[in-house]
Design a protein around this ligand. Structure first.
Ligand SMILES: [Fe+2]
Length: 511
């Protein structure tokens, strides 16, 4: 079966194979099935570079031996492959800009990471891959504004928590059709296990702990057409949360895997699979005992986005509310804290966005005079939160905006230096996206959160979707986009609630 349908080929008016530039020796592979079913993606945009991604998959690799699920993964059918890539100014590839060859090797699950440099700032580009008789879909990406440029506007989406079994990715179908410069994913891109009831589709495999099992899980999630469309439409940035490895892990410790040496092997496998499936800059060596993913991403003088990793370096979770949080405890690790402090001091953008996994603001979850807190979040690491807020204050950050996910509920909050002090000045503004699909909290718990925490100005755990942020010189407008029904593959989406933060005036304003 030819992979490029001849009629389609002629109808499109594109002699696709013929216009590929003559580059190197793409091995004459004849694939029996399309190896590009996971689509294409791009990420880590700068003013002059972007990372292009794809992964070739073959049916034999995806097959799980049901008779013996503990049997080692079947040997890859293919050894190293050469993959041709091309980036152009137009989707017909008549104005080709660069092309080249990239290796796709079994050690990295035949993933391809190409960091294309020498591009123009603030420009749309189109890209594609080819290997043998197979050609990838076309992706679109965009470079960042130049460091000294002040763009009129910058629009991005942020999202988190996309449990595959609990819903369809209609939110991503809606996102893909919008006019965005960037998507930021704040974690829980995959889930390691089945949660909840009324599932609409199944993982079909058990809880991963080995490399090939994590690879299979990513391949399943990335086979979703709506998610593929959102990846093919914009460049993305990523940070992970816990479910990319295992629920509620902290550094080298997991509640479900008590031995750190055993758990760290599992964590390395999960980190490697994450790398293999994300459009992040290429790595030379398959060594994943640690993986630094935090960083600052600049978009001209308008916006800097600092993305944090609150999982890999954190102190162990407190086991009771009675145990004392001490200054020695850390949520980011001391290296990342120092790095963030320096990055904030060096930032002079109009808007400084701190992207982290969860809700930074305090949240008392107990109704009435009692107090209770989520010890897996910043409320279990108060001294670390105070240090982060000190860094923001000392840096003189002009307009700090915090974005997060994790809680499966939308929140908007006035961030205070001391949340117990109702009259304290609002110091930054926080927006947390609800989940793409993952089960939300009860109405009662949302009502309690609003009643107990006056700095929480909005909370919605019933809806699912994502958030948009539109930045200009004057204001940051946030929109919470919700889907009509996450269980309906044809669900529609709408802006449920909008907020504005004015330049120089931190705080949530509903509009
Ligand atoms: Fe989640």
């Amino acid at each position: 079966m030819p992979l490029i349908d001849r009629r389609q080929f002629l109808a499109s008016g594109l002699a696709a194979v013929a216009v590929w530039p003559l580059i190197g020796n793409v091995r004459a592979q004849q694939f029996d099935s399309d190896p590009f079913t996971l689509g294409v993606a791009s990420g880590s945009p700068t003013a002059e570079s972007v990372v292009l991604w794809t992964r070739l998959v073959f049916p034999a690799e995806a097959a799980i031996n049901m008779a013996d699920p503990f049997a080692p993964a079947p040997a890859p059918e293919y050894g190293p492959l050469d993959v041709a890539w091309e980036i152009a100014e137009d989707d017909a590839f008549t104005r080709s800009v660069q092309s080249g060859m990239a290796p796709a090797v079994p050690d990295f699950a035949h993933s391809v990471h190409v960091e294309v440099k020498g591009l123009q700032p603030e420009r749309w580009y189109f890209y594609r891959f080819r290997c043998g008789n197979a050609e990838s879909p076309v992706g679109r990406t965009r470079t960042a504004p130049a460091a000294e440029a002040l763009p009129d506007r910058f629009n991005f989406a942020f999202a988190s928590c996309q449990q595959y079994e609990q819903g369809y990715y209609s939110a991503y179908r809606d996102m893909a059709a919008r006019d965005l410069d960037l998507v930021v994913h704040l974690g829980d891109y995959i889930y390691e296990k089945t949660y909840g009831a009324n599932l609409v589709r199944r993982h079909g495999t058990g809880v991963p702990s080995l490399l090939y099992e994590y690879r299979d899980r990513y391949a399943l999630y990335k086979s979703d057409p709506d998610l593929k469309a959102a990846h093919a439409a914009f460049p993305w940035l990523f940070v992970w949360d816990d479910h990319e490895v295992i629920n509620n892990y902290a550094k080298d410790h997991s509640p479900d895997a008590p031995r750190p040496d055993v758990f760290l092997r599992q964590r390395a496998a999960a980190y490697q699979a994450w790398y293999e499936h994300m459009p992040v800059p290429p790595r030379a060596a398959p060594e994943f005992s640690s993986l630094a993913i935090y960083g600052l991403h600049g978009f001209g003088r308008l916006v800097d986005i600092a993305l944090l990793d609150t999982r890999q370096y954190r102190s162990p979770m407190l086991t009771t509310h009675a145990s004392l949080d001490t200054d020695e405890r850390t949520f980011l690790g001391l290296d990342q804290e120092r790095w963030l402090d320096g990055a904030l001091k060096a930032s002079s953008a109009k808007w400084t966005i701190i992207g982290q996994q969860t809700l930074l603001s305090e949240r008392d979850t107990a109704a009435g005079p009692d107090t209770a807190y989520n010890l897996d979040g910043w409320d279990g690491y108060r001294s670390a939160r105070a240090r982060l807020l000190d860094s923001v204050a000392e840096a003189g950050t002009a307009n700090p905006l915090i974005i997060g996910g994790d809680l499966h509920a939308f929140y908007a909050a006035d961030v205070k230096r001391d949340f117990m002090e109702e009259e304290a000045t609002t110091f930054a503004t926080e927006f947390v996206s609800g989940s793409i699909t993952s089960d939300g909290p009860s109405d009662e718990s949302i009502a309690t959160a609003l009643a107990e925490n006056p700095h929480l100005k909005y909370a919605n755990g019933r809806d699912h979707g994502y958030a948009l942020m539109h930045l200009t010189d004057k204001e940051a407008r946030t929109e919470f986009v919700t889907v009509s029904d996450r269980k309906d593959p044809q669900a529609t989406a709408k802006v449920e609630q909008s907020f504005v933060v004015l330049d120089g005036l931190p705080g949530v304003n509903r509009v």
